[in-house]
Design a binder for this molecule. Structure first.
Ligand SMILES: [Mn+2]
Length: 245
């Protein structure tokens, strides 16, 4: 009861609550959680930004790729690139980034997976840039340190408008299943160039190739989630001292 009393005292002084909400809150015997929900709802309602959703189609002589991305999603993913391991990694981005993804690709797989893997990275990068628009209100920076059993991978990123990749993975095997592990770097090169983000990837530990790659995508997902989160203190402004990103 002491905790609830302290919470009520705290929220009484909060400028986020309207009188009506405060009255609802103190009449609610469930206490703490309800008050928290109402504060969060109030913050959401104060930020009136358009949904961050975009679709991009890209067709070349080698591939035909369609991507839809929703940064305000719940992690729903449909990935059909014809490259099962890449699909598995795209599911990591969606699930851990709380980003809805719909990614479909046709490619010249009879040669190898290279063109399709790269063009999915290009198209996803373009869709991300389009969905973020002028980047008004976003936190902009994100970082995460993801363990996956013995693997430990750190990702730091910035939706800076300046493409840069610092790739610090040392994947011990040439292949994971049928997937050429050199394509991990190719994917992120394409994504960085077309989303125009700065991306640093550091492998701190890891033995198993599947674990190292999957930890990377999980860390990337969580860092992205952090970077695209709306910062209520700058909801109407572009997060740059230059005024443009
Ligand atoms: Mn896995």
């Amino acid at each position: 009861m002491l905790v609830v009393s302290s919470w009520l005292q705290l929220t009484t002084n909060s400028t986020l609550l309207t009188t009506k909400q405060y009255n609802m809150q103190i009449s609610d015997t469930s206490g703490k959680d309800s008050a928290l929900d109402q504060i969060i709802t109030t913050q959401d309602e104060q930020i009136n930004l358009p949904p961050r959703v975009a679709s991009v189609s890209r067709k070349t002589g080698e591939t035909d790729v369609q991507v839809t991305v929703n940064f305000d999603g719940t992690g729903v993913c449909h990935a059909a690139t014809g490259i099962p391991f890449l699909d598995h990694m795209l599911h990591q981005i969606a699930s851990h980034g709380l980003i809805d993804l719909d990614i479909r690709a046709q490619g010249d797989w009879e040669i190898d997976d290279h063109h399709t893997n790269e063009d999915v990275g290009i198209t996803l990068g373009q869709a991300m840039a389009k969905a973020l628009g002028d980047k008004k209100g976003i936190a902009r920076f994100g970082n995460f340190l993801a363990p996956l059993d013995e693997a430990l991978v750190q990702v730091a990123l910035d939706f800076s408008g300046r493409p840069h990749l610092s790739y610090g993975l040392n994947i011990p095997t040439q292949r994971v299943g049928n997937y050429d592990t050199q394509l991990v770097r190719e994917f992120f090169v394409a994504l960085v160039n077309h989303s125009q983000m700065t991306l640093h990837i550091r492998q701190l530990d890891g033995i198993n190739s599947h674990h190292i790659i999957e930890a990377t995508f999980k860390a990337f997902a969580r860092a992205t989630r952090m970077a695209v989160a709306i910062d209520p203190r700058r909801a109407a402004t572009i997060p740059s001292s230059k005024g443009v990103l």
